[in-house]
Design a protein around this ligand. Structure first.
Ligand code: HEM
Length: 128
């Protein structure tokens, strides 16, 4: 059974890894390669969903208060305020991108990037 700090460290590595993908997808946009942007973000979408589902599943089967200190639980709660809305927006981002609803996609994209920035800052700040 992994310890609380091991779980938090793993989460941090995963958040950084998928954020690199998101940044690369924006570089692809700047290089006027929207298809590549879509392909990279399809991977970003799948990996982020998988991470969130595995983490949620894991939290269901372990005793959270045994694994994490009260300080870590509070920090995790704040992190979830950003990561849950970001995750809910992901299918919207995929759908508006695929349907070429450009203005809607960019508007949701700005909201998504703001929430994702909060996810990264509060994720990297978790105590481990
Ligand atoms: C600030 C963030 C983002 C901006 C400014 C942005 C912008 C764009 C633009 C301008 C296009 C081309 C639309 C068109 O051809 O009409 C596009 C396509 C697309 N985007 Fe984004 N996007 C962002 C984030 C995301 C995210 C987070 C995802 C998914 C997780 C995503 C998925 C897609 C997909 C699947 C396409 C379709 C690519 C294709 O034509 O094959 N985008 N995006």
């Amino acid at each position: 059974m992994p310890t609380g700090p091991q779980i938090i460290l793993t989460l941090k590595v995963l958040v950084v890894a998928v954020t690199v993908l998101l940044a690369l997808s924006l570089v692809a946009l700047v290089m006027k390669k929207p298809r590549l942007h879509g392909q990279i973000n399809t991977a970003f979408f799948a990996l982020t969903m998988l991470t969130v589902l595995c983490f949620e599943g894991f939290l269901q089967v372990v005793n959270v208060s045994e694994l994490f200190t009260p300080e870590a639980r509070q920090a995790l709660r704040v992190h979830l305020y950003f990561s849950v809305p970001s995750t809910l927006l992901l299918p919207v981002m995929m759908a508006t991108g695929k349907m070429h609803r450009r203005r809607l996609h960019i508007a949701f994209g700005l909201l998504f990037v703001t929430l994702w920035t909060g996810t990264v800052i509060t994720g990297l700040g978790l105590p481990h």
